[in-house]
Design a protein around this ligand. Structure first.
Ligand code: PHE
Length: 344
């Protein structure tokens, strides 16, 4: 029995010595196995040895081994807690080592493209503004000359939020907000998201981006609109493209036009062209001279001032520039797609 007691003491010392040298989780786990492993742990083997003792000695010895076992378990748990909360102090850490590399984010391709558009207009002396995506009926329609039940509203159906509020269907309401606030000369572009009731397909989304352009001054004519758009589109899409104006209708411009550009992919020679469908032209934007009634709505004298405006679809133009057949890819967040743009 004496012999047994001293063996327990020896084992306790051995454990304490080993624990002092434990500095990481792995060493701690090894020590736990060495003492407590169910098959070969020192303490487990001790319990087996109890069988060799007399029935009187056995409970006393058993108590000793059990106490040691509890001591070992508690010490291991305490040390584990200390390791987990250990702080690397500066004198132990090598601060000259390179840090962990985090992946860089990058602007979305549509944002990069929008920035290119903005830069072209900034260089021509335009300013940039942004406006609310939730608009009132007044700004989205009425002030732009859409009377309450006018059929022109049909092609701009949207989500109504009650209380006269709706998701704006175009960036044109910002024409009104800008002209209410600033007096001519006005030269401004307004990029932003717009919403329409659309079934999703390769060329339609219920949310997309537009850039609105507005210029108001004395003596402004359609020629200025044409010259500005031609410069803008050639700078953005290349010198080779041609531009054509087709008569159209918008309640807030008079005269109005749809502006098409020649197809850079097939030049009208491929009847199955994925970009222009064989027509040789691609419609990019709506434009026109600001309707005198719209000027009156914001107290600008149409006898003295005239202006032009346009609204361009950003995705549509980016699809043309990068020859992308399906607009949805811009919003799928597939890094294999988006990374191609930010690497430039
Ligand atoms: N707001 C029109 C649209 O979304 C485009 C447009 C803007 C037309 C400015 C003329 C002038 O279709």
């Amino acid at each position: 029995m004496k012999n047994f007691e001293s063996r327990v003491d020896e084992l306790r010392k051995k454990f304490e010595g080993a624990l002092a040298g434990v500095n990481d989780d792995r060493a701690l786990e090894d020590l736990r196995n060495e003492f407590l492993s169910r098959k070969r742990g020192h303490l487990t083997l001790f319990f087996d040895d109890l069988k060799a003792l007399t029935p009187e000695e056995r409970p006393v010895a058993g108590k000793l081994v059990n106490e040691l076992k509890i001591q070992v378990q508690e010490a291991l748990t305490t040390r584990q807690g200390k390791l987990a909360t250990r702080v690397v102090t500066p004198d132990k850490a090598d601060l000259t080592l390179p840090g962990e590399k985090l992946p860089w984010g990058a602007p979305h391709p549509l944002m990069l493209f929008q920035e290119e558009i903005e830069n072209i207009f900034l260089a021509m002396g335009f300013s940039i503004a942004e406006g609310p995506e939730i608009e009132t009926d007044y700004y989205n329609f009425e002030a732009l000359n859409f009377p309450p039940h006018h059929p022109a509203r049909d092609s701009w159906d949207t989500l109504y939020l009650g209380d006269d509020l709706l998701l704006r269907t175009h960036t044109s309401p910002m024409q009104i907000r800008v002209m209410e606030k600033f007096k001519p000369p006005i030269r401004i572009i307004i990029p932003g998201k717009v919403y329409r009731r659309e079934a999703i397909d390769p060329t339609h989304l219920p949310m997309f981006c537009q850039v609105e352009g507005l210029l108001v001054d004395e003596g402004v004519t359609l020629a200025h609109l044409k010259g500005t758009l031609e410069h803008f589109l050639k700078t953005l899409l290349g010198d080779k493209i041609e531009i054509r104006f087709r008569p159209s209708f918008f309640p807030f411009t008079e005269p109005s036009a749809e502006v098409d550009i020649s197809c850079i992919l097939c030049r009208g020679k491929d009847p199955a062209c994925p970009i222009c469908g064989g027509t040789g032209w691609k419609e990019l934007l709506g434009a026109g001279m600001v309707d005198p009634q719209v000027l009156k709505n914001v107290n600008i004298d149409p006898e003295r001032y005239s202006g032009w405006a346009f609204g361009l679809g950003i995705e549509r133009t980016a699809m043309f520039r990068y020859q992308i057949a399906d607009m949805r890819i811009f919003y799928e967040n597939d890094l294999r797609f988006t990374r191609q743009f930010s690497l430039k």
